[in-house]
Design a protein around this ligand. Sequence first.
Ligand SMILES: Cc1ncc(COP(=O)(O)O)c(C=O)c1O
Length: 362
Amino acid sequence: MKLFIPGPTQVHPDILAEMARPAIGHRTPECAELWAAARAGLGRLMFTQHEVFMLTAPASAMMEAAVRNLVHEHSLHVVNGAFSNRWFEIAKSNGKQAVAVDVPWGQGIDADCLRAALEAANAEGKSYDIVTVVHNETSTGTVTPLPPLAEVLQDYPNTLLCVDAVSSMAGAEVRVDDWQLDVCLFGLQKCLALPAGMAIAAVSPRAMQRAAEVENRGWVLDFLRLAKGNEKEQSPTTPSTAHLYALVAQLARIEQEGLENRWRRHSEMAAMTRQWAAGHGWLPFPQEGNRSNTVSCLARGEGPDFVPALNALKAQGILVSNGYGDLKGQTFRIGHMGEHTMDDLQDLLQRFDAALNAEVQS
Ligand SMILES: Cc1ncc(COP(=O)(O)O)c(C=O)c1O
């Protein structure tokens, strides 16, 4: 199968080979070396000096970790798609007093809208411990610039900014320290182009301070326990060493390409996809200014039905995603992320066109 879905995505054969290395003991110097190399590389990837945590878990586990470690009682969740809604659901299911601000799907998160929600709470004498936002909503291909949100939070020093960068990290610019992100989390299976299996987060010093004051953080996701492990370059639990080998090798590949080159490649693929879609009468689902460079979500508009072409591609071993949830049949999503090149994308779009033509002629 060739994956043009918005994650998981194609993994380079050299990286797959890294995963086939023999298992090593997780309390050995070899593993500590690997752990340290991964943490250092992740720090460079995220432009951060903050604590970097790694869990053998899905990215959603880090969403839960942010809630368990940083929320005494009240949390605010800006919801503009399925994954931002997941964070809200996670907070509720952990017994927190969670509030959602709903933004229409396809729209970015407006700084004024965030400020209004924080002010409304203030007026009631309430303050939120965290606000959660998804940088790149994979369900709708919608990206939100983060610095304006961080600027709003300057006026609310008790509210920590928690960001899901699952489908943007390594495919689009994210600068954790400059942008004052208290938590920035992601998984491996999107623009990093590794198989799913690890959750990563950078956690700021003030978020660590908060964690030290929050009760019932649990055991597995406890930031303090994870930080203690980092001091020894170890995971408190048994990590997937296959993923660690692959991660260290892939971070080196990414550095070899150069992060800015990698971001540029993603933005060129997004531009090519949008141009191709416009030729068919399909329009970007997200509003202008919030269109993702890593996943294009295209709305049917005046264009032809795309579902038969998706099925024809699947029969050839190529996966492109239908719309998410209620958007199924109305939108489809092309994940141009990770290892994909302009040539790979061109090949996909030509095959897509051939499938559409075959449908017209049948
Ligand atoms: C933006 C976003 N957040 C969170 C997740 C959840 O990731 P995982 O399935 O690794 O928990 C996804 C998965 O697609 C995602 O796209």
